[in-house]
Design a protein around this ligand. Structure first.
Ligand SMILES: Nc1ncnc2c1ncn2[C@@H]1O[C@H](COP(=O)(O)OP(=O)(O)OP(=O)(O)O)[C@@H](O)[C@H]1O
Ligand SMILES: *[C@@H]1O[C@H](CO)[C@@H](O)[C@H](O)[C@H]1NC(C)=O
Ligand SMILES: *[C@@H]1O[C@H](CO)[C@@H](O)[C@H](O)[C@H]1NC(C)=O
Ligand SMILES: *[C@@H]1O[C@H](CO)[C@@H](O)[C@H](O)[C@H]1NC(C)=O
Ligand SMILES: [Mg+2]
Length: 331
């Protein structure tokens, strides 16, 4: 569109000033040719490309985002930073990076995938090389799974052929038909090349609520024993996570060879959020809207949310979800 504009004005100004008539045909051709070349160059310059200008991993950016914008997820934050740093600093990875994020609703899974995309791609989630698949949207009908499978394979192959540094986010894995995801197994494996394309530099992120119950139980146990949330370690959750995801017929990973063959590099648990994290989320939202920070209002918003278990009111039922829309009622 930009080029069209530039060329159009170029043309108009040439015609209007009578310049075109003043030149002989040869000069006119030359001028117009130069204009077209210039236009193409400008176009190429502004359009996102699969090169270092547009794909420039910013490790300090990711770290500071995880530290300052993600609340209450000390385990996820650490794993994500380590995983992405390790992967992006390796010029010759043996397989694509495969992350599976698990946890209760509204705890930051989509939010973190956005932070990752923003650290890798200048255009963030708007990048041409970031692809989001939502089960309920892209693969709604169980009986069409064979069609979906080949379509998904085609998309991934096409997109990676287009740019090795592609990122694929699979949202709502729980609602994905078990078996569909096995169709992408070859792409996640340790292959040098497959049909002429190398998938080793791509990033695959799966999001689901599967395993969330187990995470909540552990978090509640810690809370009831009076231990700090920060004392929860990955090992307290990881084993239960991958097993429950594998054995859960609603996880999208049910008996999946991806798990069988250890193709998922990291299972990342997201802890349920507490009152104080909700307050932080409200304050962050105020900051994003550039309105003055008001702690009383933040408290009020957080207090009006529902918490569980009913008697103790420890964890927010919807995490930090719906805060964006709720805030409107309080200001
Ligand atoms: N841990 C967190 N730190 C900061 N903000 C958060 C956190 N969790 C959620 N949020 C905020 O709440 C919004 C909704 O969270 P998000 O979409 O990431 O939830 P989710 O884990 O993907 O939930 P679901 O399982 O329902 O899809 C985010 O856009 C973000 O603004
Ligand atoms: C990387 O992120 C940091 C922190 O957000 C920012 O200050 C810096 O300008 C970024 N670097 C590049 C090259 O974008
Ligand atoms: C890339 O993936 C998108 C879906 O996100 C799909 O619509 C598109 O056709 C794919 N591109 C190629 C070249 O296959
Ligand atoms: C899924 O598993 C549960 C219990 O593990 C079982 O009750 C249910 O029937 C299963 N559903 C399907 C579709 O297999
Ligand atoms: Mg989500």
């Amino acid at each position: 569109m930009k080029v069209a504009h530039i060329c159009f004005w170029f043309h108009v100004s040439l015609t209007a000033s009578g310049l075109v008539n003043a030149f002989d045909p040869f000069t006119t051709t030359l001028v117009v040719g130069l204009g077209a070349t210039l236009g193409r160059t400008i176009y190429k310059y502004f359009q996102e490309n699969c090169d270092q200008k547009w794909i420039a991993y910013n490790t300090t950016g990711l770290k500071s985002d995880l530290d300052s914008k993600l609340f209450g997820q000390h385990i996820a934050s650490r794993i994500i930073l380590k995983a992405v740093n390790g992967f992006m600093s390796n010029n010759n990875p043996k397989k694509p990076l495969v992350l599976s994020l698990h946890g209760w609703t509204g705890t930051g899974k989509n939010f973190v995938s956005k932070l990752i995309a923003e650290s890798v791609y200048v255009e963030g989630m708007h990048s041409r090389f970031v692809h989001v698949f939502t089960s309920t949207l892209h693969f709604p009908h169980a009986e069409q799974i064979a069609t979906y499978k080949s379509q998904l394979q085609q998309w991934i192959r096409g997109n990676v052929t287009n740019c090795e540094r592609s990122m694929f986010i699979f949202d709502e894995m729980d609602k994905m038909h078990p078996g569909l995801i096995d169709g992408i197994k070859p792409y996640l494996d340790y292959y040098e090349k497959l049909d002429g394309a190398s998938y080793r530099k791509s990033i695959f992120v799966f999001l689901s609520n599967a395993g969330g119950d187990g995470i909540i139980e552990t978090a509640l146990d810690f809370w009831r024993e009076g231990k700090q949330r920060e004392e929860i370690e990955l090992k307290d959750l990881e084993m239960a996570l991958s097993l429950s995801v594998f054995n859960n017929n609603k996880s999208g990973f049910f008996r999946s060879t991806l798990i069988d063959k250890n193709l998922v590099d990291f299972f990342v648990p997201f802890l349920p959020l507490e009152y104080k994290h909700v307050v932080q989320c409200v304050l962050a939202e105020m900051k994003a809207r550039k309105i003055p920070l008001n702690h009383d209002v933040a408290d009020k918003v957080a207090q009006d949310l529902v918490y569980f278990p009913k008697s103790e009111r420890v964890f927010s039922v919807k995490g930090c979800k719906t805060i964006e829309s709720k805030l409107d009622f309080y200001i």
